[in-house]
Design a protein. Structure first.
Length: 268
């Protein structure tokens, strides 16, 4: 008898499960677990990473990410407002900035800040944390500007008209009515941007570092020079997950709560 469409889908799904099980079993039998354990999960090597991997590397990663996100959010909001401005030069500048820095790899931006700024302004000294904040802020602001712009445009027009009918000025309407609602809409993508920025902070080593200034990637890279295996990379990866997994869970909850956006027709 010919199988129904539902039965075919079910059979195909179980075939995929079986194939996955075969791959896992073959990998389990062929892999050299002794060498894998020694290379990636050497507990003695991992123990040597503590507590510095937490008190120095993880702490610096969080600090760099927070600094970059704060600057990126402020610049992104300003660029989004300029992008929506009725003044032509503001729109042109914002669009050029966004397209330019979204098109460049973060690596080049770090090099430009670390090398280009001292050459262009030899009398200006930027502390390392400020340089990292600038690089990460520039990287993130171009993306967040478009996210914020989309959020502002998603706020129902009726909200603006209601605020204006109450006598609010355009600036007050934007600050007290539109922007708060826009941020409710864009919270999930902003959380995703924070996750991406956490990983981009690994480029901070390009601006020079001391042992006390190392973030997770540089810390693990330095530990590799002293270790015989790749355990330091695994430890650093777990520390990144300590940051990114809670952020991912937060993002999913925000998507469930705010993913549908602000319904139209509401009141101010």
């Amino acid at each position: 008898m010919a199988l129904s469409r539902r039965q075919r889908r079910s059979a195909f799904r179980w075939a995929q499960y079986a194939l996955l099980l075969v791959i896992v079993v073959v990998f389990a039998f062929l892999a050299d677990w002794g060498r894998l354990g020694k290379a990636f999960f050497d507990l003695d090597v991992a123990a040597k990473q503590f507590p510095d991997v937490i008190t120095v590397a993880l702490k610096n990663t969080i600090i760099f990410t927070a600094l970059g996100f704060a600057l990126g959010l402020g610049l992104g909001l300003l660029l989004a407002l300029m992008r929506l401005s009725s003044v032509g030069p503001y729109r042109w500048f914002a669009r050029g900035y966004i397209e330019f820095f979204r098109g460049l790899p973060a690596l080049l931006i770090f090099l430009a800040v670390g090398v280009g700024v001292p050459i262009a302004f030899p009398n200006v000294f930027l502390p390392r944390n400020v340089s990292i904040m600038l690089a990460l802020g520039i990287v993130s602001s171009a993306y967040m500007a478009e996210t914020i712009r989309a959020g502002i445009q998603a706020v129902p027009r009726g909200q603006v008209e209601a605020a204006r009918s109450l006598g609010m000025s355009p600036a007050r309407t934007m600050i007290t009515v539109v922007i708060p609602q826009a941020f409710r809409i864009i919270l999930p993508p902003l959380a995703n941007e924070l996750i991406m920025l956490t990983k981009d902070s690994s480029l901070a080593f390009l601006l020079g570092t001391t042992p006390a200034q190392q973030e997770l990637a540089q810390f693990s890279r330095q530990a590799l020079l002293e270790a015989k295996g790749l355990t330091p990379i695994v430890v650093a990866g777990l520390c990144y997950l300590v940051i990114t997994i809670p952020l991912s869970i937060l993002q999913q909850r925000l998507e469930k709560k705010y993913g549908a956006g602000v319904p139209g027709g509401g009141t101010v």
